[in-house]
Write a protein that binds this ligand. Structure first.
Ligand code: HAM
Length: 417
């Protein structure tokens, strides 16, 4: 019979990658909780409209990358391509808003985008997503960037670039849009833009600045930059964020073309890039998205956040192995497997990590299994030990061994941990 294979762009994950993922999650819990964040868990499926209304009709994500399907009653559902929209849907639906309160939440899990798979780019990938709702101040944005930097440094990463930009607000965005409209209207060679960009010059010209097609990038190299159009508030907030980051020793570069791939951003946007993960350089990205919650039918409350791509992060941190075992209980007598299991159970309840070989295989292969386990201690159960309730304890480092009552051996090992 033919074997069934996994679909393109998804991965089965085993150690060391799965242990590395667990390490990324555990470190995130530790670091983010220091900043007052709480973990939430949200559905992987949402109504399609949630994403088209928040991410934006003109984005690649909504136009080309969503896994959208009708359920059995014909309702259009989508596997989440990102977490922010769902986080905000849940924030509204669960009535979390209270005036003046700041909500800090994070989540992690799989996201789905129909993209061309390559190193660091999957169709089912994982994000660590962080959102802060209720703070308008530039210090809130700066705190997010500092937390991201602390998290990445805690994981041992040094060679990272923070790119930042400000996309302006409801006041200054229209001024930039007008300048962009004028630029595209007068652009010689506009008909050489890619088909997406041709359309977007009319619908959402900011998106054109995000196009990866080399000819589009050349043609728009001198497009008006948002920074020239920022209102006093946005310019002040942007300067404040830069001052805080510089003061904290976080290195950053300003990238006026950092418009991000999703439409909900206003104000500060940022990305962390690394050249060590092939063509896909963005490890994390985020920014402010005031207005999104109101757009989804909630209160007009400010919000900011970021997401980290866990596959890309896993390529950058050293793989995390399983911790070495403490013990191995070797079965040396045909009657020993059950007593061996009972002993292993006692040791595990005392907090130790280890295995017991069941009875299969030759004596030699069972001793080899003890060696291979890499355990610190080997406990041998043979006929003599079974008869008098003892165990022979071998120190696998020194090779020394002695026989002692089983309860004493358990107490000894437990006290050494
Ligand atoms: P994003 O830039 O679309 O932002 O995705 C964030 C990160 O997810 C990227 O920097 C990348 O590391 C990873 N990523 C995206 N697509 C893939 C893929 N196909 N395969 C592997 N990794 C991928 C967002 O999703 C926003 N929701 C972030 C945010 C949160 N903004 C505010 N709050």
């Amino acid at each position: 019979m033919s074997k069934i294979q996994k679909i393109k762009g998804v991965a089965d994950m085993y150690p060391p990658e799965s242990t590395t993922f667990a390490h990324l999650e555990q470190t995130a819990r530790q670091v983010f909780s220091r900043y007052g964040y709480q973990e939430v868990r949200l559905p992987l499926m949402e109504p399609t409209q949630l994403f088209s209304r928040s991410i934006g009709e003109e984005t690649d994500v909504v136009q080309k990358e969503m896994y959208t399907f009708p359920d059995r009653k014909g309702r259009s559902l989508t596997l989440r391509p990102e977490a922010t929209a769902g986080m905000m849907r849940a924030y509204i639906e669960n009535g979390l808003y209270s005036p003046g309160a700041v909500h800090k939440m994070f989540t992690f899990g799989p996201m789905f985008r129909y993209e061309r798979p390559q190193k660091g780019r999957m169709r089912q990938f994982h994000q660590l997503d962080v959102e802060m709702v209720g703070a308008t101040e530039p210090q809130a944005d700066a705190e997010l960037v500092l937390m991201l930097s602390t998290y990445l440094r805690t994981l041992g990463m040094r060679q990272l670039t923070f790119e930042i930009n400000s996309l302006g607000c409801r006041t200054c965005r229209p001024r930039h849009r007008a300048a962009l409209d004028a630029f595209f209207a007068a652009l010689p060679g506009a008909d050489e833009l890619c088909d997406d960009c041709k359309r977007r010059t009319g619908t959402n010209p900011l998106r054109v600045l995000d196009c990866k097609v080399p000819r589009c990038r050349e043609l728009t190299a001198s497009a008006p930059e948002i920074e020239e159009h920022l209102c006093a508030d946005c310019a002040g907030a942007y300067a404040e964020v830069q001052a805080i980051l510089a003061g904290a020793g976080v290195e950053f570069v300003k990238n006026p073309r950092l418009v991000r791939g999703l439409d909900y951003y206003v104000g500060l946007t940022f990305e962390v890039t690394s050249t060590d993960i092939g063509a896909q350089t963005a490890v994390a990205g985020g920014g402010r998205y005031d207005g999104l919650i109101a757009q989804l039918g909630g209160p007009d409350v400010a919000a900011t956040g970021f997401a980290i791509g866990m596959e890309r992060l896993a390529l950058l941190v050293s793989p995390v192995g399983q911790p070495a075992a403490d013990f191995f209980v070797a079965v040396l007598d045909p009657a020993a497997p059950s007593p061996a299991l009972a002993l292993a159970q006692e040791l595990r309840e005392a907090g130790l990590t280890g295995e017991t070989g069941f009875a299969s295989g030759s004596m030699k292969s069972r001793m080899r299994a003890a060696d291979r386990s890499g355990a610190r201690w080997c406990l041998l159960l043979g006929g003599q030990e079974l008869a008098d309730g003892s165990v022979t304890l071998r120190d696998m480092r020194s090779g020394e061994q002695r026989t002692l009552p089983r309860a004493e051996a358990v107490a000894l090992l437990a006290s050494r941990e």
